[in-house]
Design a protein around this ligand. Structure first.
Ligand code: AMP
Ligand code: ZN
Length: 114
């Protein structure tokens, strides 16, 4: 998608601090971290929001969770704990319309405040 920042990161047209990459998924550090570890995990397929998910995307969404699990182990926060957040649309706080997991860890994250 031409004007999508995350597609540009995926296509290496924009720099990023890549933590993990495979055929279908990329994970890179959030530019404005909200925790000591704040990684964004994105499918390489441009899907705008949760609302746009199709039956055929089941596998890729499952894959995002497995990448999150792997990162947690690799970064040694699997036992301590971590949080995954997915924002959807304006009131959900979404700013970049390319679906992504926020992977947050490295400190006690407390209760979700809304
Ligand atoms: P969301 O509000 O869920 O759409 O999250 C978008 C996230 O992308 C925010 O946490 C931003 O800090 C992050 N972000 C925006 N631009 C970049 C970038 N060029 N590289 C890494 N993270 C970014
Ligand atoms: Zn995109």
């Amino acid at each position: 998608m031409k004007d999508c920042i995350f597609c540009k990161i995926i296509n290496k047209e924009l720099p990023s601090d890549i933590i993990y990459e495979d055929e279908k998924v990329i994970a890179f550090k959030d530019i404005n971290p909200q925790a000591p570890i704040h990684i964004l995990i994105c499918p390489k397929k441009h899907i705008e929001t949760i609302n746009d998910l199709k039956e055929e995307d089941k596998e890729i969404i499952g894959h995002l969770f497995l990448v999150a699990k792997k990162l947690a182990k690799d970064l040694n926060v699997d036992k301590r704990g971590y949080r995954i957040i997915v924002n959807c649309n304006k009131e959900g706080g979404q700013e970049i319309y390319h679906i992504h997991f926020h992977f947050l860890a490295g400190k006690p994250l407390g209760k979700l405040v809304c």
